[in-house]
Design a protein around this ligand. Structure first.
Ligand SMILES: NC(=O)c1ccc[n+]([C@@H]2O[C@H](COP(=O)([O-])OP(=O)(O)OC[C@H]3O[C@@H](n4cnc5c(N)ncnc54)[C@H](OP(=O)(O)O)[C@@H]3O)[C@@H](O)[C@H]2O)c1
Length: 267
C-alpha cells in the first residue's frame, strides 16, 4: 500500500501514553521522520506533555485525559469530532501492569488495568478509525507477555493477550480501507513502567536481575515504526521475545508457565 500524502492535508499522529516511555518516543520519532505534520499527545499529566510538545519539530495538541474513565475517553472523542483530523498514525500506548498474586493486587488496580489496557485501547482505536487516511497505520501496544498465561502478572498479561487478538483481527477488517494494524510486543523495556508495576512490599514477581537485558525504548520504537511501515501484523523486539513467540507455538502451556514461574522470587 502506497502511503498517500495529499497536498495541503495536515497529517496528524494520535499517541496516547505520550507523557513518558514508548509513547513519548513514538511522538519524537514520528515527527522527526516526517510521518506527520501535527502530533496529538494524550496522557493524564499535562506538564510532561507540554514539555514534549515544545521539543517536537511539529505543532502538537496536548490532551490531558484519564483513558481508564468514560469521561477521559469522551473528552478525546469530542476533540476528534471537533477537529476532524486526518490521521496518518494511531498509537494507543497508554497502559500499565502490576505484579503480584491475585491476593497481592488490589481490586482497584485490577479494574484499572482492564479499563485502560483493554477498554481504553479498544475505545481509542475505534474512535480514531474514521479519521485514518488510506495508507495510515495503527500500532497497538501488546507485550512479550502475550505469548503465555503468566501467574503473578496475570491480569496485565491477559489484558495484553486480548490486544494481540484484537489487533490481528482488526488488521483484516481494515484491509479494505488500506490501513495497517501492527501489534508491537516488546520485551522488558527501560521506562517508568516498573516504577508502577513494582508495588511496595514483597510480592510475587521476577526480580529485577531476571528482567535483563532491559531494552532501550528508542530502539524498540524505531523497530516498531519500521515494522508498521512494512504493514507487518506483529513485531517482537529482540531474541528472547522472538523465542517466547516461537516456544508458544511449540510447547504446551504448562511448560511455558513452569519456565515463567522459575523466574519468580516466590512461588
Ligand atoms: N516497559 C516495558 O517493559 C513494556 C513491555 C511491554 C509492553 N509495554 C507497554 O508499553 C506501553 C507503554 O509503557 P511504557 O513502558 O512506555 O511505560 P510508561 O513510561 O510508564 O508509560 C505509560 C504511559 O501511559 C500513561 N497512562 C497511564 N495511565 C493512564 C491513564 N489512566 N490514562 C491515560 N494515560 C495513562 C502514562 O502517562 P500519565 O501517567 O501521565 O497518565 C504514560 O505516558 C504500555 O501499554 C505498556 O503496557 C511496556
Amino acid at each position: 500500500m502506497k502511503e498517500t500524502q495529499t497536498p495541503g492535508v495536515i497529517r496528524a499522529a494520535l499517541i496516547t501514553g505520550a507523557s513518558s516511555g514508548m509513547g513519548r518516543e513514538f511522538a519524537r520519532q514520528l515527527s522527526a521522520l516526517g510521518e506527520c505534520d501535527e502530533v496529538w499527545l494524550v496522557a493524564r499529566r499535562r506538564e510532561p506533555l507540554e514539555t514534549l510538545a515544545k521539543e517536537l519539530g511539529v505543532p502538537a495538541r496536548v490532551i490531558p485525559a484519564d483513558l481508564s474513565t468514560d469521561e477521559g475517553l469522551a473528552a478525546l472523542k469530542e476533540a476528534l469530532s471537533e477537529a476532524r483530523p486526518t490521521l496518518s498514525w494511531v498509537v494507543p500506548a497508554a497502559g500499565f501492569g502490576v505484579f503480584g498474586r491475585y491476593d497481592e493486587v488490589s481490586d482497584e488496580d485490577v479494574s484499572k488495568m482492564i479499563d485502560l489496557n483493554v477498554k481504553g485501547a479498544v475505545a481509542v482505536t475505534r474512535m480514531a478509525i474514521p479519521y485514518i487516511q488510506r495508507g495510515g497505520h495503527i500500532v497497538e501496544l501488546g507485550s512479550g507477555s502475550v505469548f503465555c498465561p503468566l501467574p503473578n502478572f496475570n491480569v496485565y498479561a491477559s489484558s495484553k493477550a486480548f490486544i494481540l487478538h484484537f489487533s490481528r483481527a482488526l488488521r483484516e477488517e481494515l484491509k479494505h480501507l488500506g490501513v495497517s494494524c501492527t501489534v508491537f510486543c516488546p520485551g522488558w523495556v527501560d521506562t517508568s513502567f516498573f516504577s508502577v508495576a513494582d508495588k511496595e512490599g514483597d510480592v510475587r514477581k521476577p526480580p529485577m536481575e531476571k528482567r535483563k537485558p532491559l531494552l532501550k525504548a528508542d530502539r524498540c520504537v524505531r523497530g516498531a515504526i519500521r515494522a508498521a511501515k512494512r504493514r507487518r501484523a506483529l513485531y517482537t523486539t529482540n531474541w528472547y521475545t522472538k523465542l517466547e513467540h516461537l516456544l508458544s507455538k511449540l510447547l504446551p502451556a504448562p511448560m511455558l508457565i513452569a519456565g515463567w514461574k522459575s523466574m519468580q522470587n516466590r512461588k
